[in-house]
Design a protein around this ligand. Structure first.
Ligand code: PLP
Length: 424
């Protein structure tokens, strides 16, 4: 496996070779564990090097990654447990850190009932359902989510946001956070992040960017500009199990204010905290001080290994390629008289519907039910698979192009299968 693109295409022999090597590493590790010290602190230089390390530009071969793992990770298991080779990743809900940072009182001690003024959050109707879930779990209540109007491209209107925040302030509420989408799940729409960041800065409100799906597109030329203002966010959520192709599940949240995050979650009294010197049994700060989970699996390992394997260059190439494929699919559908694309198309998500030509308008069938039937036939047909969404009462078929192994022939096959499903 030498060139970047080949890293997505493993032959059966390669999978076996690397897989057996992985088994060897696991066997050596588990069988040698009892004869090794129970605890081996991570050497401070190594911990510092990890913290300062950047994602590599060029990808590496799996053997080299396994070797690096063996020399820099495997020797330092946490305690005497048996580390699992592949674990889970799950991100702590960022807004909780916001809750602590923006409440204006010690919300950890007093609870939300202690707040004199109601906390409010802002997003558009296109924001992901998980935002509501998180806000409900945080005890803030979904009635305190303001749905900010979007433009005809499903993007938040920053002027409406600014006016709503101001109005809430006047009414004695506490605007807490704005959740901007960097790639909505329905249409891939990207909120105007730069303008939203300016509003947040002016009104001292936490900016959380939900880039679960779309953030990695910042690597591609086409979206570099639209996504650049992610850098201004207080926190960013991104799902390596989506466009970074890390096995499910791997959630990731980046938070600008490490101290605020630690203050929100840490239960370690200050006198017991590691001082950042990276030495001793405590070693580097514990992740349990930065989230609500205490005992945790080594879920970051697969993310780290995937980054090493593909490198930034490998991801840039794969993401650009899948974006180009989404454009190709969009063009195929636009140029077919029997399909209609939901415009504007964005990122790798293509929403479209079957729209047969009819002689008279009056004979136009109910397109929602026609497309529902097309979807069901396609999904059960086994040739290709798309999902669906509903926008302003219109039922759309929805194709998400993000598999680096997809080819334009696969897209052609999808369109053929759609046509077959539409004309059974
Ligand atoms: C997928 C997604 C989520 C939810 O992430 P899970 O990994 O399913 O928990 C949130 N926001 C956006 C924009 C998403 O695409």
């Amino acid at each position: 496996m030498t060139n970047q693109a080949d890293r997505w295409a493993w032959s059966s022999d390669e999978i076996k070779r690397v897989g057996y090597r992985v088994i060897d590493v696991i066997a050596e590790h588990l069988s040698s564990l009892p004869s090794r010290p129970v605890f081996a602190p991570v050497p401070p230089e190594l911990a510092t090097a990890f913290l300062q390390d950047r994602a590599p530009e060029e990808g590496r071969d799996p053997e080299a990654i396994l070797e690096l793992f063996r020399s820099t990770v495997e020797p330092y298991p946490f305690g005497n447990g048996h580390p699992r080779f592949f674990g889970w990743v799950n991100s702590p809900p960022t807004v909780m850190g916001a809750r602590h940072a923006k409440c204006g009182l010690d919300v950890r001690a007093k609870g939300l009932c202690g707040t004199r003024s109601q906390l409010v959050l802002y997003r558009t109707s296109e924001g992901h359902g998980c935002h509501q879930k998180a806000i409900e779990l945080l005890g803030i209540g979904s009635e305190n989510i303001r749905t900010i109007e979007h433009d005809d491209r499903w993007r938040m209107r920053p002027s409406v946001l600014a006016a709503t925040i101001e109005q809430d302030r006047r009414e004695g509420l506490t605007p807490m956070a704005v959740i901007a989408s960097a790639g909505t799940v329905n249409t891939g729409a990207i909120d105007p992040l730069q303008e939203i960041a300016e509003v947040c800065q002016e009104s001292d409100v936490w900016l959380h960017v939900d880039g679960a799906y779309g953030a990695p597109a910042i690597l591609a030329k086409q979206y570099e500009h639209a996504l650049a203002a992610i850098a201004l966010a207080d926190s960013v959520a991104l799902d390596p199990h989506k466009w970074l192709c890390v096995p499910v599940e791997a959630g990731l949240v980046l938070i600008r204010h490490a101290d605020a995050q630690r203050a929100a979650f840490s239960l370690v009294p200050p006198y017991l905290r590691t001082d950042g010197s990276m030495t001793g049994v405590g070693g580097p700060p514990w992740f349990s001080e930065y989230g609500f989970q205490q005992t945790r699996g080594f879920r970051a390992l697969k993310v780290w290994m995937s980054l090493l394997h593909h490198g930034v260059a490998g991801y840039r190439e794969a993401i650009t390629r899948t974006l180009d494929l989404a454009t190709i699919l969009t063009e195929m559908l636009r140029s077919s008289s029997d399909f209609e694309v939901c415009e504007p198309q964005s990122l790798g998500i293509v929403c479209f519907r079957f729209r047969p030509q009819t002689e008279q308008e009056s004979a136009t069938p109910d397109l929602n039910s026609v497309n529902q039937a097309v979807l069901e036939r396609l999904q059960l047909g086994g040739e290709a698979f798309v999902s669906s969404t509903s926008l302003n009462g219109v039922f759309w078929l929805r194709a998400c192009v993000l598999n680096p192994s997809t080819t334009s022939e696969d897209l052609r096959a999808l369109v053929d299968a759609l046509r077959a499903a539409a004309t059974p």
